[in-house]
Design a protein around this ligand. Structure first.
Ligand code: AMP
Ligand code: FE
Ligand code: FE
Ligand code: ZN
Length: 276
């Protein structure tokens, strides 16, 4: 049987619904060999994931990671950073700025919703985020909880998605600035779901600045997009990564570890991590 692994997973440290301990045990029970924890703008879930995996001795390799927010000409760009030094001061300051930007934005969204008659409070939203990096998913869950949306996808479709009445952009840095943070913290930067992001023209410049890989395998990529980024990675000498972008219960993602990828994807990412 092929080895299964997942290199893009969220926990309660951002907008996933499972705690790091829960996701580690779930991955082990599903027979995965490796799991990367990649929360939005947070590395808060990593210590717990590492210690649970070590205590359980299930043979599951935990890859520390993060999914950092950036913006380029109105496009949300997500940079995955694997094997970062989580004690790096610039990284920690950057993460703290990002979480402040997230809090300010969640507050602005809630104020706009309240003014329009949606009964929802920032305390509600923060309680749902449980101290993790707060985002639109938590606002969506609060709206569902208070009966203003049928489910999370409905809340995004009608209210919170880009171009919808309560969309507020995040005040975040450019991809170049974020790449520098990852590279300086010794991480391996990978462009998340490039087919969703739509900044292909920018990729060569990012490679010059240290971009090391493309996430070709992602549930929102069709086969044409997957093959396009596999080809581009080969052409540019980049790593290929992939994962389910797992967010847990109620999120529109496939089952943990369910994206099929060649074992080389994992081997080469681990090798890149060892090279630092
Ligand atoms: P944010 O980082 O606060 O801008 O929120 C982005 C997150 O919202 C993504 O990582 C997904 O977890 C979630 N999301 C975005 N679009 C949708 C959607 N249409 N349906 C459900 N969740 C979504
Ligand atoms: Fe998310
Ligand atoms: Fe993303
Ligand atoms: Zn993600």
């Amino acid at each position: 049987m092929d080895v299964r692994f997942d290199l893009h997973v969220h926990t309660t440290a951002s907008d996933g619904t499972f705690t790091p301990a829960e996701i580690v045990r779930y991955a082990a029970s599903e027979g995965l060999v490796a799991l990367a924890i990649t929360d939005h703008d947070s590395i808060g879930g990593i210590p717990e994931a590492l210690s649970v995996a070590e205590a359980d001795q299930s043979g599951l390799t935990i890859i520390p990671g993060v999914e950092l927010s950036a913006v380029h000409e109105g496009h949300d760009v997500h940079i995955l950073g694997y094997f970062l030094d989580h004690t790096d001061e610039t990284l920690c300051r950057h993460l703290s700025d990002l979480r402040t930007a997230r809090l300010n934005r969640a507050t602005a969204i809630v104020e706009a919703l309240t003014a329009a008659g949606y009964e929802i409070s920032i305390d509600n939203v923060l309680a749902l985020s449980g101290g993790g990096a707060v985002g639109r998913s938590h606002v969506a869950r609060a709206l569902v909880h208070n009966g203003h949306a049928a489910d999370v996808s409905d809340a995004f479709r009608r209210l919170l998605g880009r171009g919808k009445p309560f969309y507020v952009p995040k005040d975040v840095r450019t991809p170049s600035e974020v790449l520098a943070v990852v590279v300086d913290a010794g991480g391996t930067p990978v462009l998340a779901h490039p087919g969703v992001t739509g900044v292909d023209d920018l990729i060569p410049a990012l490679v010059d600045e240290g971009l090391a890989g493309l996430e070709a395998y992602h549930p929102e990529h069709d086969e044409v997009q997957r093959d396009r980024y596999l080809g581009l990675a080969e052409e540019l000498g980049l790593l290929v990564t992939g994962g389910t972008d797992y967010h847990g219960i109620g999120a529109p993602n496939p089952a943990l570890g369910s994206i099929e990828m060649p074992a080389d994807v994992l081997t080469e990412l681990l090798a890149a991590g060892r090279r630092g």
